[in-house]
Design a protein around this ligand. Structure first.
Ligand code: PDD
Length: 286
């Protein structure tokens, strides 16, 4: 089925949607993005994603394409037009096109490009992969230093997923100066003696919207949390581990670099957090 997508003020069939070949998103990855999940036809944590988008744009001196309420309307309209019950809304803002290639940013009157599309994913909440748990490998983190800005520079994370696949695994955690930063498209956690450990926020990792919600819910459920740097060896000796992201919610990790965690099945804390997160998200979805 042909999707209806959104490009710069217009709702179009995906086959008719076009962006200039001079668009800086295409030429220079001069673009930021957000991925918002949809459950029961409603948006999960929309406001959190809108706030992070505004921050990414501000950090890069990029114009805000429209207001938060207009963005909400576009998200809802696409969900409706494409009949999405469970899935994702992808949004991308680029610095636009000045009709040529130039390292210098275009003048103020060049408008940003705004593109949104939906991804239909029936069974996203009841994902069988979450029941099995993910096997991960560790790789070196060679990305740039502003990972707190959600840019579309995703080549290395994409290569990381391919390295994991080649090793017969599902995903990769990245390591810098001996410490785990994050997963290729998620934030990383391990659990030891009931305590959840995750890296504190900084420019080295993306400030996950799911991370924020999950840590709040974990604290409300009286779970112990420690935000500190940790090594891959510590994670390998953990009782359990997991990742968080808008596209996979809470995903248990059952193996790191070939070492099984616990009995090699999803741990109780990861499973419980996934349940609580999905339950709370459905309640507050808009
Ligand atoms: N990725 N870290 C990285 C590097 C990410 O790319 C993501 C999200 C996260 C988790 O952030 P959030 O909880 O806000 O989704 C952490 C999205 C889902 C993607 O690229 O598809």
């Amino acid at each position: 089925m042909t999707r209806t997508v959104y490009v710069n003020g217009e709702y179009l069939p995906e086959t008719e949607a076009k962006v200039s070949i001079f668009d800086r998103g295409f030429l220079m990855a001069d673009a930021v993005y957000e991925v918002t999940s949809v459950l029961d036809g409603k948006l999960i944590d929309f406001h959190g994603h809108a706030v992070r988008l505004a921050r990414s744009l501000t950090e890069l001196d990029m114009q805000q394409p429209c207001s938060e309420s207009e963005l909400l309307e576009i998200h809802r309209e696409l969900v409706k037009r494409n009949n999405i019950e469970e899935g994702l809304v992808y949004l991308q803002v680029t610095r636009g096109s000045d009709g040529d290639r130039d390292f210098v940013f275009p003048p103020e009157d060049v408008k940003p490009t705004l593109v949104l599309f939906t991804q239909n994913k029936p069974g996203l909440a009841d994902n069988p992969a979450a029941k099995k748990g993910a096997k991960i490998i560790s790789i070196e983190d060679i990305r740039w230093g502003r990972r707190d800005i959600k840019t579309t520079q995703l080549l290395y994370p994409s290569m990381g997923k391919m390295m994991a696949k080649a090793a017969g695994c599902d995903d990769a955690w990245m390591v810098e100066d001996g410490y785990v930063t994050e997963g290729t498209s998620n934030n990383a956690y391990f659990v030891k003696n009931g305590k959840i450990v995750t890296r504190p926020l900084s420019n080295e990792i993306l400030h996950g919207i799911t991370r924020k919600a999950v840590l709040r819910l974990a604290a409300e459920a009286q779970m112990e949390i420690e935000e500190r740097l940790f090594t891959i060896d510590e994670a390998k000796e953990a009782d359990e581990a997991f990742t968080t992201s808008a596209s996979a919610f809470v995903m248990p990790v059952v193996e790191i670099d070939g070492v099984k965690l616990g009995d090699g099945t999803p741990g109780p804390i990861a499973k419980r957090l996934r349940e609580i997160y999905l339950e709370e998200s459905r309640k507050t979805a808009i």
